[in-house]
Design a protein around this ligand. Structure first.
Ligand SMILES: NC(=O)C1=CN([C@@H]2O[C@H](COP(=O)(O)OP(=O)(O)OC[C@H]3O[C@@H](n4cnc5c(N)ncnc54)[C@H](O)[C@@H]3O)[C@@H](O)[C@H]2O)C=CC1
Ligand SMILES: O=C([O-])CC(=O)C(=O)O
Length: 260
């Protein structure tokens, strides 16, 4: 698999290190990177033995099969349509971009027309397999996620006391916290949608990990799953598991036997 990468921050660099330097995806390479600033892309390219591109359209003209987005929600909104139109597959980690049904449908239609695929990693959470199976013929009555992070990982959080920063729907949560609660949208996509998925965001100076507690109930029974994630070393907002989930999604694209 020949891969292009948009966004060379924490997750982007982790994937570059894993694939191009550590060889963790045999037969695959990140062939090109695009960053907001060409100087940065150039520096990344020499560090991780790849090519720098000064525009997304130049990246798309190169010989790649799939683009990884590891930047932000706005990048997905700006470039996902043109990536799919070019016939490349797309892996999106800023899944909050798909909160609006109209955009989701636009991308789905493009995939159908161009015979391309979108891959959405499970990110910093788990339990999606349970919700998918539950929704296949059964019914889900409720889905919620409670996210607890140290204040440094959340915008506008008080440093000295525990506080509930948000309580409401996933659609409102992602609008207010576009960098912090992508997990609520992946949950919405497999479950009840962004308006009916309940979100609570707690800032807690007493914790060092980013934890997410997912609860669901329906005709299958009940689910309660808590993940306690170590943060990425250079970005406390992002859990290490999110970066790992990008790699595992790439790995399963290459597998003949699909689990889950
Ligand atoms: N789905 C999930 O569970 C999770 C999703 N995320 C999301 O993943 C994304 C990446 O996370 P990190 O790598 O930790 O963030 P980061 O902030 O370390 O890296 C993002 C990079 O994107 C670059 N960028 C910004 N605008 C750009 C543009 N127009 N074109 C190209 N590059 C651009 C920035 O310069 C930065 O280097 C974020 O949107 C984050 O919210 C993070 C954690 C979990
Ligand atoms: O990494 C995490 O724990 C979750 C996160 O930032 C997001 O969903 O945007």
């Amino acid at each position: 698999m020949k891969i292009g990468l948009i966004g060379c921050g924490n997750i982007g660099k982790f994937v570059l290190q894993s694939v191009n330097i550590n060889g963790l995806l045999p037969g695959s390479r990140i062939e090109g990177v695009y960053s907001r600033h060409y100087d940065h892309a150039n520096q990344i390219a020499s560090e991780f033995v790849t090519n720098a591109y000064s525009s997304v359209s130049d990246l798309l003209q190169s010989d790649i099969d799939l683009v990884i987005e590891a930047a932000n929600i706005y990048v997905v909104k700006d470039y996902a349509p043109v990536i799919l139109e070019s016939g490349k597959d797309l892996l999106i980690i800023s899944v909050g971009a798909l909160a609006e049904l109209a955009f989701y449908e636009q991308l789905r239609q493009l995939c159908q027309d161009k015979k391309t695929k979108i891959y959405l990693p499970s990110g910093a959470i788990g339990g999606l397999d349970v919700l998918k199976a539950a929704m296949s013929v059964g019914q889900l009555d409720s889905v919620s996620i409670t996210t607890r992070k140290p204040p440094q990982a959340l915008p506008g959080a008080p440093l000295d006391s525990e506080s509930i920063l948000f309580e409401g729907s996933a659609s409102k949560a992602i609008a207010l916290f576009p960098q912090n609660i992508n997990v609520s949208i992946i949950l919405s996509l497999v479950g009840l949608g962004a308006d009916k998925t309940n979100v609570k965001i707690i800032s807690d100076p007493g914790v060092a990990k980013n934890s997410h507690c997912i609860e669901a109930a329906g005709s299958f029974g009940r689910l309660k799953l808590q993940v306690e994630n170590d943060p990425m070393p250079n970005n406390p907002k992002t859990s290490f598991l999110a970066a790992l989930s990008v790699l595992s999604t790439l790995k399963s694209r290459n597998e003949f036997i699909q689990v889950g």
